[in-house]
Ligand binder design. Structure first.
Ligand code: ADP
Ligand code: ZN
Ligand code: ZN
Length: 721
C-alpha cells in the first residue's frame, strides 16, 4: 500500500514510530505516522522519511487509539508497509531501549535502530519474507531442540554422553545460593580455573530445562573460541546462536531472528547481544564482567554489563556477573553495607582452583637490583634470571608466556643526529615501527608508510628503533634462546581470519616453547603446558593519569597468571615473573599474595577520598573540532550555558564541572579532541542535569559548527578518562 492509497477520509490510526534520527538533528526520533489499521507496539514498519524510506519500530498507538479519526488535513504521512512475518519486539525490549536511550543521553530512535541487526534496516517486506522462508527451511532440517520431556536423560551427561564432572564443594555452594534465588544480582568471584564456567553451564542447563532462553555474554568472542566449543558441546541438543560484530550481516540477522522467534535457546554474544529480544529469557550471564570491552566507546556509549543488570531487574530473571578481578563498581555493589559497600549484589566466592592446582608463585624481579648487578649499566631487555628460568622450561618441554602490551617492533624510530622521530603527520602520536613489513604505522589513524632508508630531515642513514614492542621481544627471545621455538600472538599476527585459531592450535599442540603476546593471550585461553608467565614492562600503568589504570593492570596480570599451571602436575612449579622498577608498589605486593580483596579495599579508599566512582558518578562531555580552540571553545561555552542548571541542583549532590582539557592523545586523523568532566555525588541528580543540559547543548552546537566544531557527545559512566 502506498501513502496515496490510504484513504484518509476513513478513520486512520495515528502511530508513534521511532526512526533513526541523528543526534544533532535534535529529534528524539519518534515521529507520527498514519496507519489504516492499529499496529501493536514493537511492530517493524517501513515509513517515508524525507525522500527516503526507512525502517522504524512502532512505539505507541497514540491516544485514544483509533477512536479519533485523523483527517488528511493533519498532513501526516502513512506507514508504507509492515515487516510482517516477524513477531513484534517484546515490551521488555522496548523498555530496555528506552532506558538505555535516556540513561546514556541518546535519541530513542538512534538507540532503537542501532541495536537492531544492521541488515534489518535495509530490507523491505518482500526481501525480509524471502529471508525468513530460507530460515524456516533451515530450521526444519536442523536438529530440533531437545524437548523439555527428554531433559532428564540429558541431565546425566553432556550430549556426547560424557558424564558431567562432579561439582566441587564451592561450585555446589554457589549453585545452591543461586537456586535459593532472591532478586539480587550475583557476583561470582572466583580465580581463573576455579570452575566459574562450569557454574554458568549448570545454571544455564536448569534454565534450558525449564524451557527458558539464556543470554551468555563474553567480552570478545574471537578470543575465546574454547568457550564457544564448550557451550556447543554441552548443549548440543539445543539451538545455540552467537551474536557479535564478526558475523556477516546475513548471519547476524538470522541469529537475531531466531532469538526473537524463540527458536534459539542460548545466545552467546558480545556487548551488542544485551539488546537481543528474547521472549523466554530466563538467565543472563556476564563473564569477565570487569572487561572494558563491555563498554561501547563510540556512538551510543552504553555499558552492556550495567544494562544486563538493569535488564535482569526489568524481566525479573537472575543475572550472574563473573570474574576473578571484578570491576570496583561491582565489587562495591557486592560488599555488604556494614563493610562500606552498597549491598546490592550477592557475592559468591570460589577461591580455589579445580584440582587444587595453585596459582603460580609470583616473583617480583626488581630491576634496581639488576642495575646494581650490572654495575650501573642499563639492564639488558630481558634479565638473566628470567632468561634462565625460561630456558629451564624449554629444556623440560614446558611452555612460557611473555606478556608485553605493545605491538609492533618499536614504538618509535629516532635519528640521533638531528633528533627526528617517527611522528604521525595526522595525530599527536608516534608511528610504530613494524619490522615484518617494514612500515611505520600509526595505531590511532592507521596511516602507514614504508620505513625511510634514511632520516627524512637530515639524511642520516642510521635511524634507530627506540623501545620495544612484541615483534622485537620475539626477536630478542629467539636470539637469547637458540633452539627454542618462539611464537607470537597479537593483533598484527591475527589480522587474517583463522590466524588466531591456527596460532592457538599450534601452542596447544606444543609446537611453541615461548609465546610472546599482548593482552589478547592473557584472556580466557586454557593453556595446559604453560608453567611460566612473565610481564616484562608492566610499570607504565602505575603512573597513568587514568584512575582506572591500576585496576585494569591488576586484572590483566592476574588473568595472565591464570594462564600458568592449569594442569596439576605442572602447577607445583609454575611461576609468574614481574620485571619491575617498583617492586614494593602495593599493586605488586597484593598481586604476589593474590589478594584482590585488599587491593580492592585500598583502591576503593583512594576513590572515596578523591570522590571518584563508585562513590560519585561521572559523565564526560567530549568534543572534536578542526582546531583545539574549536573543541575547547564549545566545551567552555557549554559549561557556562548551564551554570543556571548547575546552580539549581541541590548543593549536597555536589555537581561539578571541570575545565575543558585536551584528551590524552589530542589529535587523531587531523581532528582535535577535548573533554570536560562532570562529576556528581548522586546519579539521579546527574541524570536530570544531563537531560536538561543536553537540550541547551544541542542548540549551542549548531552555532559552534561554524567555528569548527565537528562532533560532540556525552559519555555517561566513561571508562577512559
Ligand atoms: P573458570 O571459568 O573459573 O576459569 P572453568 O569452569 O573453565 O573455570 O574450569 C577450569 C577447568 O576445570 C576446566 O577445564 C573445566 O572443564 C574443569 N572443571 C570445572 N569444574 C570441574 C569439576 N567440578 N570437576 C572437574 N573438572 C572441572
Ligand atoms: Zn636526522
Ligand atoms: Zn595517525
Amino acid at each position: 500500500m502506498t501513502p496515496a492509497d490510504l484513504r484518509l477520509d476513513e478513520a486512520a490510526v495515528r502511530l508513534g514510530v521511532v526512526v533513526e534520527a541523528p543526534q544533532h538533528s535534535g529529534l528524539l526520533g519518534v515521529l507520527d505516522y498514519l496507519s489504516a489499521t492499529p499496529l501493536p507496539p514493537g511492530t517493524l514498519v517501513r515509513v517515508p522519511l524525507g525522500r527516503r524510506v526507512v525502517t522504524g519500530v512502532v512505539w505507541a498507538v497514540l491516544p485514544p487509539s483509533g477512536e479519533v479519526p485523523v483527517r488528511a488535513t493533519e498532513d501526516l504521512k502513512a506507514v508504507i508497509e509492515v515487516l510482517d512475518g516477524l513477531p513484534a519486539l517484546p515490551s521488555a525490549w522496548r523498555q530496555l531501549v528506552a532506558f538505555a536511550a535516556a540513561y546514556y543521553q541518546r535519541g530513542l530512535g538512534e538507540m532503537a535502530l542501532m541495536v537492531l541487526p544492521p541488515e534489518l534496516r535495509q530490507l523491505d517486506a518482500v526481501q525480509l519474507q524471502r529471508r525468513l522462508k530460507r530460515l524456516d527451511k533451515a530450521l526444519a532440517t536442523a536438529p530440533v531442540a531437545a524437548p523439555v520431556a527428554t531433559v532428564a536423560a540429558t541431565a546425566a551427561g553432556d550430549s556426547t554422553g560424557a558424564p558431567l564432572p562432579e561439582l566441587s564443594a564451592q561450585q555446589a555452594l554457589a549453585l545452591s545460593a543461586l537456586a535459593a534465588g532472591g532478586a539480587r544480582p550475583f557476583l561470582l568471584w572466583g580465580s581463573t580455573g576455579s570452575g566459574k564456567t562450569e557454574v554458568y553451564l549448570r545454571r544455564a542447563q536448569e534454565a534450558l530445562d525449564a524451557g527458558q532462553q539464556v543470554l551468555m555474554m563474553v567480552p570478545e568472542i574471537n578470543l575465546t573460541p574454547q568457550l564457544e566449543a564448550r557451550v556447543a558441546e554441552r548443549f548440543a541438543g539445543r539451538r545455540i546462536v552467537s551474536l557479535h560484530s564478526g558475523l556477516t550481516p546475513a548471519q547476524r540477522l538470522r541469529n537475531w531472528v531466531m532469538a526473537l522467534q524463540g527458536h534459539a535457546d542460548l545466545v552467546l554474544g558480545t556487548r551488542l547481544s544485551v539488546f537481543t529480544p528474547l521472549p523466554r529469557l530466563g538467565l543472563i550471564v556476564v563473564d569477565e564482567e570487569h572487561d572494558p570491552s563491555y563498554k561501547q566507546q563510540d556512538g551510543a556509549r552504553y555499558s552492556a554489563r550495567d544494562l544486563a543488570v538493569y535488564r535482569a531487574h526489568l524481566e525479573k530473571v537472575p543475572v550472574m556477573l563473573g570474574s576473578a578481578t571484578p570491576s570496583l563498581e561491582s565489587w562495591h555493589n557486592a560488599l555488604p553495607v556494614a563493610e562500606g559497600g552498597s549491598g546490592r549484589y550477592l557475592r559468591l566466592d570460589m577461591p580455589e582452583r579445580i584440582g587444587g592446582g595453585d596459582m603460580p608463585r609470583v616473583r617480583l624481579l626488581d630491576q634496581n637490583h639488576v642495575l646494581k648487578a650490572t654495575m650501573g649499566q642499563e639492564p639488558p631487555p630481558l634479565s638473566r634470571p628470567l632468561l634462565d628460568a625460561i630456558a629451564q622450561r624449554v629444556e623440560r618441554g614446558e611452555q612460557s608466556l611473555v606478556l608485553l602490551n605493545r605491538r609492533g617492533y618499536a614504538p618509535v624510530l629516532h635519528c640521533s643526529d638531528c633528533g627526528w622521530k617517527s611522528g604521525c603527520p595526522h595525530c599527536s602520536a608516534w608511528r610504530v615501527f613494524h619490522k615484518a613489513d617494514r612500515t611505520l604505522r600509526c595505531h590511532h589513524c592507521g596511516f602507514s608508510e614504508r620505513v625511510p632508508r634514511a632520516c627524512p630531515d637530515c639524511g642520516n642513514q642510521d635511524i634507530q628503533p627506540v623501545g620495544r614492542g612484541t615483534e622485537r621481544l620475539e626477536e630478542q627471545l629467539a636470539a637469547a634462546l637458540p633452539g627454542a621455538r618462539v611464537g607470537r600472538i597479537d593483533a598484527d599476527v591475527t589480522k587474517l581470519k583463522g590466524a588466531l585459531e591456527a596460532q592457538l592450535a599450534s601452542v596447544h599442540a606444543g609446537e611453541v616453547d615461548v609465546l610472546v603476546g599482548t593482552q589478547m593471550v592473557a584472556k580466557g585461553h586454557d593453556f595446559r603446558r604453560i608453567t611460566l608467565v612473565a610481564a616484562v614492562n608492566p610499570d607504565a600503568a602505575l603512573f597513568a593519569s587514568d584512575f582506572r589504570a591500576a585496576e585494569r593492570q591488576f586484572a590483566l596480570l592476574l588473568q595472565a597468571a591464570g594462564r600458568a599451571g592449569r594442569d596439576a602436575d605442572v602447577a607445583g612449579h609454575s611461576e609468574m615473573w614481574v620485571q619491575t622498577w617498583h617492586a614494593t608498589h602495593p599493586l605488586y605486593q597484593a598481586l604476589q599474595r593474590y589478594d584482590f580483596a585488599s587491593f580492592a579495599t585500598r583502591q576503593l579508599q583512594e576513590r572515596q577520598m578523591a570522590g571518584l566512582p563508585p562513590y560519585a558518578s561521572l559523565a564526560m562531555l567530549r568534543a572534536e573540532g578542526k582546531t583545539q580552540e574549536a573543541a575547547q571553545g564549545f566545551l567552555e561555552a557549554a559549561a557556562s550555558a548551564v551554570q543556571d542548571l548547575v546552580a539549581q541542583t541541590p548543593e549536597a549532590a555536589g555537581l561539578m564541572l571541570y575545565p575543558a582539557v585536551p584528551t590524552p592523545v589530542q589529535r587523531v586523523a587531523n581532528v582535535e579532541r577535548a573533554q570536560l568532566m562532570i562529576e556528581c555525588g548522586q546519579r539521579a541528580v546527574l541524570q536530570r542535569f544531563l537531560s536538561e543540559a543536553q537540550a541547551v547543548w544541542l542548540a549551542q552546537a549548531q552555532q559552534h559548527r561554524r567555528s569548527g566544531l565537528i562532533r560532540w557527545a556525552v559519555d555517561v559512566d566513561p571508562l577512559a578518562i
